[in-house]
Design a protein. Structure first.
Length: 415
């Protein structure tokens, strides 16, 4: 395998070891592959594509469909690295930026296109991209595309836009539910479909230590979290929350915790593509050591240096837990995932559901507070909540002149 030799690979992960030879050796077989996050799925299809495509044909030969802009850029980077000795013309296309430059790149002889579903359909309707000669169609992070409501787009692309090409399908996902399996079966009816499952009955990374802290009272949640941060002293971490409002609030509070030495920024769905790229680049360059994120960052972002994942808010689905935790322990490295669970019945039930889904007990850890610490913490939380309530009610409040403060709370009020 020339591509593997050229980029210096000596050891393959389980999914790479099973998928790469099968795809290379079989010309009449489609692939449905399940592997836990962080195991190198991208290379599992990137290497065979580069080996099997023809660099002399200046037409679109492969289309890789991904759910997010970030994953689009990541996959594009991997494809370029793997194909640098074969000189393929690769193009990334996604929304949120000007389409004109993307049109120019495709018309200049694109051979491999990495695309989000909406932008690909847009280009198809503009008759910019011809999918009649596509040999391979790859769906990466198929379960995420289902979660984001992209499956009608996927069905149109596969069954309408590519109906004349009937390409080989390679579908990769961390979780495979019936809807995903059905679309694979429908597309490959009467043909061979190879199913690969290297999830090993556990969709979470084995080298990731997972704990939870039970918070008996919501008033003590932030102070408990602060103590956890002091105890863990994470080098690089992502703190997941369920809403952009909480992301803004938590970012503001942590920025004022000088004793924690955190360089904090946020990622959430309301940010522009340019804003998100600035933040992710700063984190990748280690100019930041802490990201507070909604589920927008749970998939498609690859930060190999993350040591800790914190679920400040327990995720609303078990699948989101898997994808959050998968941001650490990448490619066999070690990592730690810690969740805060408020003792309100509902969150403990969600924790139990997560344990059943991943077939693993998440061990409980403890933080000890003295009565004086609890009292001080409760007073701080009460004061913070009162101040927040007052500011929400009165946008013209003069209590703070900080430009950052005004920006944060104006964002919260709009939400």
């Amino acid at each position: 395998m020339l591509a593997i030799e050229k980029i210096g690979f000596t050891t393959l992960t389980d999914i790479q070891e099973q998928a790469i030879p099968q795809i290379l050796e079989r010309n009449d077989t489609h692939v449905l592959a399940q592997a836990k996050t962080g195991t190198g799925k991208t290379l599992s299809f990137a290497i065979p594509l580069v080996e099997k495509l023809d660099p002399k044909k200046k037409i679109v030969q492969a289309v890789i469909i991904v759910p997010t802009r970030e994953l689009c850029k990541q996959v594009h980077s991997v494809i370029k690295e793997v194909s640098r000795y074969r000189r393929f013309k690769t193009v990334e296309v996604y929304g949120g930026v000007s389409i004109n430059r993307q049109i120019e790149k495709i018309e200049s002889g694109a051979q491999i296109v990495i695309a989000t579903p909406g932008r690909l359909i847009d280009l198809y309707y503009r008759e910019v991209i011809n999918l009649d000669k596509v040999r391979f169609a790859v769906l990466d992070e198929a379960d995420k595309m289902l979660d984001m409501g992209f499956f009608p787009d996927i069905e149109f692309i596969l069954f309408e836009a590519m109906k004349n090409a009937r390409p080989h399908l390679m579908l990769f996902s961390a979780t495979i539910i019936d809807t995903i399996r059905e679309i694979a079966f429908d597309f490959t009816i009467g043909q061979k479909l190879l199913e690969i499952d290297v999830s090993h009955d556990s969709l979470t990374v084995e080298s990731c230590e997972q704990y939870y802290y039970k918070v008996n009272d919501q008033r003590y949640k932030y102070s408990t979290f602060k103590q956890i941060l002091k105890k863990e002293n994470p080098k690089f971490s992502i703190i997941f929350v369920n809403t952009k409002k909480m992301a803004n609030i938590l970012a503001k509070r942590l920025r004022h915790e000088k004793d924690l030495s955190l360089r904090v920024d946020m990622l959430h769905g309301d940010m522009t593509q340019r804003q998100r790229e600035i933040v992710t680049n700063r984190f990748r360059k280690k100019q930041l050591n802490c990201l507070i994120a909604t589920n927008v960052a749970a998939r498609g972002l690859d930060f190999p240096h993350i040591t800790h994942i914190f679920n400040y808010d327990i995720p609303d689905t078990v699948e989101n837990y898997v994808h959050r935790v998968g941001r650490t322990s990448r490619m066999g490295s070690s990592g730690t995932a810690i969740s805060l669970v408020v003792d309100d019945g509902k969150q403990l039930s969600q924790l139990y559901a997560i344990e059943q889904f991943i077939d693993l007990e998440i061990k409980r850890q403890h933080i000890k507070f003295s009565k004086s610490e609890h009292s001080a913490s409760s007073n701080r939380e009460k004061k913070h909540n009162e101040n927040s309530s007052n500011r929400y009610k009165n946008k013209s409040s003069k209590k703070s002149k900080s430009p950052y403060y005004k920006k944060v709370y104006s964002q919260i009020e709009r939400n």
